[in-house]
Design a protein. Sequence first.
Length: 338
Amino acid sequence: FMREEMAQREAAELRRGHRKPRSPHGWGLLEVLWLLAFYEPVVTESHLRRKNLEFIFIRFSAWEFAGCDKLWAGLVTTLCHHVRQHFGALPLSVFHVLGSRPRFASGFSQREWVLKKGTCLRLWGLLLVLAVGIAILLVALLVPGIKDHHALKVVGSAVASLSGSSLVLGALSILKNFVVSEKKKIERLTNSERFAGQLGFMSKIRGEVEVLVDYLAFMEVFERRRLRVVMEITSLDLCYPEKVAGVFNAMATLLSDANAPFIFLLAVDPSVIVPCLEQTGCMKGLADNGYLYLNRAVTLPFSIPEMGARSRLRSVAAAIQTREDLMYRIIAGNVAKT
């Protein structure tokens, strides 16, 4: 159903004159790398009016991370891992080094990409200096009568090595971010007892999340559609009270940015979660009322009524019938093969 609706929205976008959405995979990978290196994305008014949405669904079972000391870190690492896996590791690694945060268009401009003149000038300058250094070195090594001038060789090697080292450092930074993912960075921070107690710990985590939000905004402009990351959080009522409060704090951190494209679906039993929250220190200032805290943390609360006896019987009968139909199909298929 979601795919059919997305296809209909893409068709509607094309009828309104918008260009076809694109993907960062295949030939689109070269295009996104080129734009990451030399262009700055611009959020235009037409982009904000786009109705074509792509939902990235991520499932997070809190019970799988219940054994670790920082359950909320598992939430952030799961988010980073799936976003990296969805778009590919290389574009995100290049964005860490060369990418720029999208800016909003001024007036009614429809230009979605602006050339980064500073980056281009620096690159051409480095290439020019590298070419000059190599030329001086070749002249000092090959031209007769100048081979004996040791100073010229030193100057040529120094100029070439300095300019070339800048290019190599940029490539190494991209390679480092390609090998060491955001998930590994956060795991290293949480495992470091020396750093975990410092004030800059959450600042580092927040920095990784901000880069992720900026990257998603960049990919929105590139793919020509809006992106929403939907995170389904389940089994939270099976964890310890202090870990439950940590997950709520992580959700608040991720949603603190008004432009963050995150949607959280929290499936919990309030009768279990509320006592857990009231046992922790996060209730200070709320009269130790866990339901009041939930109402402030959850934007759109709704409940599913408890299933009655007849509904349970119908569900069991449907499950048994489905199993019998499946077994019949398997037996019939085996008989037909013989």
